[in-house]
Write a protein that binds this ligand. Structure first.
Ligand code: ME8
Length: 645
């Protein structure tokens, strides 16, 4: 918890080369859940999210579709805001790095650091990885270059370029010792703690000054005082965390001081170096306090594979929303992704957890209790006054639950908090069943009311604790037992649970079913039955989308020694990079006929070796009446990398 009674949370700002995906939703959701947990406890909160719009990567993606970068980035903003609204992300402010205010504040920051000597002009010579937007050193690229391989980045596996250009440098080396001191004094800065060592290793290996400007690139914040340079995208982007709350703006000092330093900054493990080394050094240079904590989460994998455009397994959160609704997806992501590790996302698990945890365990508990009450003419459940030992045991257990959940939420181990809440839900279900209240309704009305009261009390605790994860559904649940959850600053609704349980009445109300079941097996059987009846060799749309078909332009066409059929092609798929593909079309086309032509390829075919070359896909062609291959091509030019739909 923070010292101040306020809490400032941030998410990474996302590159706008495409719509949000499940990974960006995950980071943003974590921040939203933390924000709501603090809000529940009476804190004043500010959640910042937004988009990272400058840099070479974005400029290249815009160029690939023949769009001017600003128009290109503008075209994605609604998709971000809609996705966040749909998933009930309660952000306070959405920053875009093309906002005029942000640009001015970044320029102010650079001028300040330049005046104090932390920024100087020199020359950068070395490698640059555009997909990672990173200056990388020799150890971060492949070392098989002598064997004819093109240099590529070891982290993203895409090609890197060698650059030599005049650049402005930030004196990172001057902060090496200060960073080490800081980490020594703040061992809990990075959550989980285990990630601290990798950061310390990098710092201890010696920090070199870093280039914070780019020449020969125009899409970026103009570098103050030098029209030939733009600001390096990370120096621009990291500062969003302070510019969004008023840094460098006259008249906004009070607002800035109210929120800074950030309470928790959420980020994925891929960008830890920027946040745990560059960012603290930038802040030290600016004379600003460092954030209280960085929460570094692991990677979501899809069916145990990395999610990537080229594998065609990128999950669009909006598709999940249409199929399952927002809150079951929020629940699944928080329950099944262990924040500290990489976690696997699977639709089967998602459906299983909706059916079993949400519909059966939680939804049915509410349902059974309210239906039984209504069936027996009970709409209001008053405090029985005298409670049995077994009832008090459950009530006491709910106080233990609150303590444990508080602990887990303070450590951001949401999956543990949820597992603990479900343990309690199972206990309450067991209590309810063991008492057979449907029999008590006829034989012992006092006991019957006690069972209903214990269940209502438990549901009140459960729904309040689950509110940060599933806000709307939990408000509906509380509404059905007559409770209005009203957030108030300085008012801790969690502590309230214990303070206000005695003498409480519950007014029951009918509500629509909270969670619909998903029976994957049943659905599968239905589909199989239809297929049996049809007896047609149809494939489903799901089978079709498994094949990643995309358009790319041939940039290299070489003969393959020892083969009279094969060409070795290099095909450019835009921001998905280049592929080497071997194709048996040599007898049908001269190599110079092919250069620059756009062709259709299968991209997720298992790579195979052909005459000593790895073929990383397949070019599609048909045979004409003369036995000549005719390549399939788009009728008019389309951006390289476009996927067939
Ligand atoms: O790096 N699993 O932007 P970005 C979990 N603009 N999280 C994932 C994920 C996955 N499979 N894929 C992405 C940038 N993320 C910079 C950030 S901040 C000043 C600038 C999440 O669009 C994760 O949080 O590549 C990761 O760090 C972030 O998206 C990267 O988003």
């Amino acid at each position: 918890m923070t010292k101040k009674n306020s809490c400032y949370l941030t998410t990474p700002i996302y590159y706008v080369t495409a719509k949000p995906h499940i990974g960006s939703l995950y980071s943003t959701l974590i921040a939203d859940v933390i924000k709501r947990w603090y809000a529940l406890r009476g804190y004043k909160t500010f959640l910042l999210t937004g988009t990272d719009e400058h840099g070479q990567k974005v400029a290249q993606a815009a160029a690939a579709v023949n769009m001017e970068p600003k128009r290109f980035v503008d075209s994605f903003i609604d998709a971000y805001k809609d996705a966040w609204r749909t998933f009930e992300i309660d952000y306070t402010y959405f920053i875009r790095t093309t906002d005029a205010d942000h640009i001015r504040s970044v320029q102010h920051w650079i001028k300040q650091l330049m005046d104090q000597g932390d920024i100087y002009k020199s020359e950068y010579e070395g490698w640059y990885c555009t997909p990672c937007e990173t200056f990388i050193n020799e150890t971060e690229i492949n070392d098989q270059r002598q064997e004819g391989q093109k240099p590529h980045c070891l982290s993203c596996k895409r090609s890197v370029e060698q650059i030599k250009e005049e650049a402005y440098f930030f004196r990172l080396s001057a902060y090496q010792q200060k960073l080490l001191d800081f980490y020594e004094q703040n061992p809990d800065f990075i959550v989980p703690k285990e990630r601290t060592q990798e950061v310390l290793n990098v710092i201890k290996s010696g920090l070199k000054d870093i280039s914070i400007s780019r020449k020969n690139i125009t899409w970026g914040i103009p570098f103050p005082g030098d029209g030939h340079h733009v600001t390096y995208v990370w120096a621009d982007a990291l500062n969003n965390y302070i510019t969004a709350i008023g840094y460098g703006k006259k008249g906004q000092e009070a607002q800035f001081n109210e929120w800074w330093p950030a309470t928790v900054q959420v980020l994925g493990k891929d960008i830890i170096r920027f946040h745990a080394i560059y960012w603290p050094a930038f802040l030290m240079a600016s004379g600003l306090a460092l954030p209280t904590q960085l929460l570094v989460h692991g990677w979501i994998q899809i069916d145990k594979q990395k999610m990537s455009k080229s594998l065609g397994n990128v999950i669009d959160p909006m598709d999940l929303y249409h199929q399952y609704g927002a809150e079951p997806v929020r629940y699944y992501l928080m329950r099944h992704m262990a924040i500290t590790q990489d976690s696997n996302f699977s639709i089967a698990d998602l459906e299983q957890s909706i059916t079993s945890d949400l519909a059966n365990d939680l939804g049915n508990l509410l349902n059974r209790m309210t239906s039984l009450a209504f069936k027996n003419g009970v709409e209001q459940i008053d405090d029985p006054g005298v409670w049995s030992d077994r009832a008090l045991e459950i009530i006491d257990e709910s106080w233990n639950l609150i303590e444990d959940v508080h602990e887990y939420m303070s450590e951001y181990t949401f999956h543990m908090a949820l597992a603990r809440i479900w343990k309690f839900i199972h206990q309450v279900n067991a209590y309810f069943h063991a008492h057979e209240p449907w029999k008590l309704a006829k034989s012992d009305s006092e006991k019957f009311i006690e069972v209903l009261a214990v269940t209502c009390h438990s549901l009140r605790v459960i729904a309040t604790l689950l509110w940060p994860i599933m806000p709307n559904k939990m408000e509906q649940l509380l509404d059905s037992i007559g409770i209005l959850l009203k957030l108030q600053e300085q008012h801790d609704l969690v502590s309230d649970l214990e303070l206000t349980w005695k003498g409480r009445s519950f007014m029951l109300k009918k509500i629509a079913t909270l969670f619909e079941k998903h029976e994957p097996q049943e659905i599968k059987e239905k589909i199989e039955k239809v297929e049996e009846v049809d007896q047609e060799p149809f494939i489903s749309i799901d089978d079709l989308v498994k094949v990643h078909l995309a358009v790319g332009a041939v940039v290299v066409c070489d003969e393959v020694s020892g083969s009279d059929k094969l060409y070795r092609l290099e095909i450019d798929f835009g921001d998905q990079g280049k592929r080497q593909i071997l194709s048996g079309i040599k007898k049908s086309y001269a190599s110079d006929e092919l250069i620059g032509k756009q062709v259709v390829c299968v991209l997720n075919l298992k790579p195979r070796m052909m005459l000593g070359f790895e073929s990383q896909g397949m070019v599609l062609a048909v045979q004409d009446g003369n036995g000549k291959a005719q390549l399939l091509m788009p009728f008019a030019s389309v951006p390289n990398g476009s996927r067939l739909k």
